[in-house]
Design a protein around this ligand. Structure first.
Ligand SMILES: [Mn+2]
Length: 352
């Protein structure tokens, strides 16, 4: 970024806003932090999730001469109303905006962001995760950032090929779920981990030879989280609800507290996990996970269904093999299932 000296008010600080939910958001934030260190900018970071934008952007309108970098967060029409006016104020006070993301954005927030002053940078690339985009745009020659980006890619694309990436995913989950349980701030809870990643990359927290975290307390927390998670997912799968639509077996599973959509989706699509109480469940064609917050995850067990089309019925989208949507808050799981099945029977575009 040569923009630092392009205007008469010199940027002297960096304000980073990233996704708190997974390794991609955390590693993107670590890359942004390393960029701040390299450029000698004072650094502040806020980690947030969708629904938390009002809080996450609340201090933005007070910023002056600051580079505002947002990573791994998409903006829809609703978020636009919270975000754009604050960015506009910040820009009028000498700030600049760089937004790096890989989610699908509607046209309106894209043009709203690009029409701001002081040459906002918006990079949306669906083929990479956010940490990879941050690495390419901000720190292309930094080997630590390259490694952080590789790890984020492994988790975001659910490849599960890098041991450290799997463990870091569970570490982020256990720290985050714990903070949410105790009504603590997720930024504060994740800060020590993020700081170490920014300072020294994965090698700072992970022992590659022993295949474990260097911090014994964290290692123990991750281990017990994994045991607990398996138990909860197994229990959730026992309480699945099946339905058949045009010869497609559709299975809905409720995601237990403390388990991510990705983990649950991976669990229910693995045949090993379908041996339950002495009987073996058939593999479903379409798997749907419903989270306590009303979010839907779609995975498939055969190519006879299109997850993205199913998600579209629920204001979502994604790929034919994996997609996400939103059902909304519910109090009764069985009633929600009936409703979801009904909507899937009424719109059959998801049947391939
Ligand atoms: Mn991401």
């Amino acid at each position: 970024m040569s923009s630092k000296r392009s205007s008469n008010n010199k940027l002297d600080a960096l304000y980073s806003i990233s996704h708190d939910k997974d390794v991609d958001g955390i590693n993107a934030a670590a890359i942004v932090w390393r960029y701040a260190m390299q450029k000698n900018l004072t650094h502040d970071v806020v980690l947030t999730d969708y629904g938390g934008f009002d809080q996450a952007f609340k201090d933005v309108a007070r910023l002056r001469n600051t580079l505002i970098v947002v990573t791994d967060l998409g903006m829809d029409e609703e978020a636009m109303g919270l975000v754009i006016p604050r960015l506009r104020t910040a820009i009028s006070q000498g700030c600049r905006v760089v937004w790096l993301d890989h989610h699908f954005w509607p046209d309106e927030p894209i043009s709203a962001l690009l029409s701001l002053d002081n040459k906002p940078v918006l990079k949306i690339n669906h083929d990479h995760c956010a940490a990879e985009i941050a690495h390419k745009v901000l720190m292309p020659r930094d080997p630590i950032c390259a490694e952080l980006a590789r790890i984020a890619h492994d988790t975001d694309f659910n490849l599960r090929e890098i041991g450290a990436a799997n463990s870091l995913t569970d570490a982020v989950s256990v720290i985050r779920f714990n903070a949410i349980d105790r009504k603590e701030d997720t930024t504060q809870a994740l800060y020590p981990l993020l700081e170490k990643l920014a300072e020294g990359g994965i090698g700072r927290i992970w022992d590659e030879n022993l295949n474990r975290f260097k911090d014994h307390v964290l290692e123990q927390r991750v281990k017990s989280y994994r045991r607990d998670k398996s138990k909860r997912m197994r229990k959730a799968l026992i309480h699945h609800v099946d339905y058949e639509i045009d010869n497609r077996l559709v299975r809905i599973v409720e995601i237990p507290a403390g388990v991510t959509t990705t983990d649950m989706g991976t669990y229910v699509t693995d045949e090993k996990n379908l041996q339950l109480e002495g009987q073996s469940l058939p593999v479903a064609d379409l798997f749907i996970t419903l989270s306590p917050g009303g979010m839907l995850g779609f995975r498939r067990g055969s190519e006879s269904v299109l997850c993205n089309e199913a998600a579209r019925i629920f204001n979502g989208g994604g790929h034919p093999y994996a997609a996400g949507g939103e059902y909304g808050l519910y109090s009764n799981f069985d009633a929600a299932c009936d409703d979801i099945f009904l909507r899937l029977s009424e719109n059959k575009g998801w049947i391939a």
